[in-house]
Design a protein around this ligand. Structure first.
Ligand SMILES: Cc1cc2nc3c(=O)[nH]c(=O)nc-3n(C[C@H](O)[C@H](O)[C@H](O)COP(=O)(O)OP(=O)(O)OC[C@H]3O[C@@H](n4cnc5c(N)ncnc54)[C@H](O)[C@@H]3O)c2cc1C
Length: 422
């Protein structure tokens, strides 16, 4: 971000999710001590795990896959991971389908009129300008497949019409150019296997990083203000369990949502995030599915994805019960009721199978890739670049649908760049 400064101590990292922890870890490896301030009482942000009814639960479903060479080994240095073959399916129009979506299967299994629309739409669709997600998918798959799956799923996730979603989303998440590409495997979207910790849930990775940096991480420490002189960050104000303190930083690395950083620096960032509610259901059955997760494509079912933790790691978990995590991006309404209703519709559970339920909310789950967001993001980044000792890293800080491996890579690259300049 800055074009003049390298590392200057004290180094302050805002946020103790994976990105903040990974930066502190790489800095420590390079001989620098950073202080990480995390508002929550546990590290890891969205990647944390927690215990519930004897099960280890993650925040939504998390799994590790990386196309970046070497990053898997970097992560394995901080937490053990085992490799497992992905098991996932798609629920759509009352049918249980293969994942990734297979057009030949759709044609075989959907009602004849819909199948005919899928085929004729693919073969004969009129091309439209690639100006938004809707058009992007239409041009590559035809209107049939777009209307059946991609459009409703994307609209559920972002809460805006597919025509208002940027083509970048299509490029990142629908990275195929024709039907034949759909069966390609082992890209970030169509990976056949993934890695996962053998015990302790996905949060083991954040805990491993915490173990590496030790007391450099301060939990229950919320950033409440940032002072600046127009060119540099001059103060970071932290509330530690009711006591406020001021730190005069040499270097500040922010993993806070870019909109929050803007608020602290008196700059309104015109971007928004889609929150998520994760409804956890304790079910009185040994298992509900054999899948790690299933997607729900129907527009009128509010679940986007449903995970079953027992299918990630089954050693040492209670028998006769299982926990489901339903990811719901609907912003109003009762997430638990919607989760149960969606599962019932597909015959997965009955309401009286539910022994207990709870909801976890994450406010900054998905950066909304609305048309034009790239320009607005570039303006915000160039505004923050004026602060020569401020650097941004992480998913919400960079407003990018980054995964864990991207955050490790981003943290490593940032530290390398800072060291080069220092
Ligand atoms: C539903 C969902 C599913 C996902 N699934 C996967 C997956 O399967 N695999 C994968 O690799 N990635 C997955 N991801 C992405 C992954 O979770 C993120 O890339 C990663 O968690 C981002 O880490 P981060 O450190 O950038 O952000 P965060 O985890 O958001 O960390 C930011 C931290 O800053 C803290 N903070 C915020 N404000 C303050 C403040 N004022 N003061 C102090 N601290 C503050 C927060 O508490 C948080 O801990 C998923 C994301 C979501 C939302």
């Amino acid at each position: 971000m800055s074009d003049t400064l390298g590392l200057k101590e004290p180094i302050v990292i805002l946020g103790g999710g994976i990105a903040g922890l990974a930066v502190a870890h790489y800095l420590k490896e390079a001989g620098y001590t950073a202080t990480v301030f995390e508002a929550a009482e546990v590290p890891g942000g969205v990647t944390r795990s927690f215990r519930w009814h004897g099960f280890t639960c993650d925040v939504a479903c998390h799994r590790f896959f990386s196309p970046h060479p070497g990053i898997l080994n970097e992560v394995k240095k901080v937490a053990p991971l085992f490799k497992t073959i992905r098991r996932s399916q798609i629920m759509l129009r009352g049918r249980v389908l293969k994942d990734p979506i297979s057009p030949p299967e759709l044609v075989m299994r959907m009602p004849p009129a819909l199948s005919a629309r899928l085929v004729s739409g693919y073969l004969f669709h009129r091309r439209v300008p690639d100006t938004n997600f809707d058009n992007y998918v239409h041009n590559r798959y035809g209107p049939g497949l777009n209307d059946l799956f991609f459009k409703p799923y994307t609209e559920k996730m972002f809460g805006i019409p597919a025509r208002e979603v940027s083509t970048e989303w299509g490029e990142q998440k629908v990275r195929v150019s024709g039907l034949i590409d759909v069966i390609k495997q082992n890209t970030k979207i169509y990976f056949r296997y993934f890695h996962y910790p053998p015990s302790g849930g996905f949060g083991t990775i954040a805990e491993g990083l915490h173990a590496c940096i030790g007391d450099q991480l301060h939990l229950n420490s919320r950033i409440v203000g940032i002072g600046h002189n127009g060119e540099r960050i001059t103060a970071v104000h932290v509330d530690q369990e009711g006591k406020e303190m001021e730190i005069v930083p040499g270097t500040v690395i922010s993993t806070l949502p870019i909109t929050n950083l803007g608020t602290f620096l008196d700059y309104e960032v015109p971007l928004s995030f889609r929150p998520i509610q994760i409804a956890y259901l304790l079910i009185g059955k040994e298992r509900v599915t054999r899948n790690h997760w299933v997607y729900f494509g129907d527009a009128d079912i509010h679940i986007n994805r449903l995970g079953e933790f027992k299918n990630f790691v089954s050693d040492g978990v209670p028998t006769g019960k299982t926990v489901l995590a339903a990811e719901i991006t609907m912003e109003t309404g009762d997430a638990i009721r919607e989760a149960i209703a969606g599962c019932e519709r597909y015959g997965l559970i009955r309401a009286d199978d539910v022994l207990d339920a709870m909801v976890v909310r994450e406010k900054y789950a998905y950066p909304i890739y609305e048309g034009g967001y790239m320009d607005r993001l570039a303006s915000a980044k160039s505004h923050f670049a004026r602060f020569k000792n401020l650097f941004l890293v992480g998913r919400s800080a960079l407003f990018h649908h980054a995964e864990i491996d991207d955050n490790f890579l981003g943290a490593k690259q940032l530290v390398e760049q800072l060291l080069e300049r220092t």
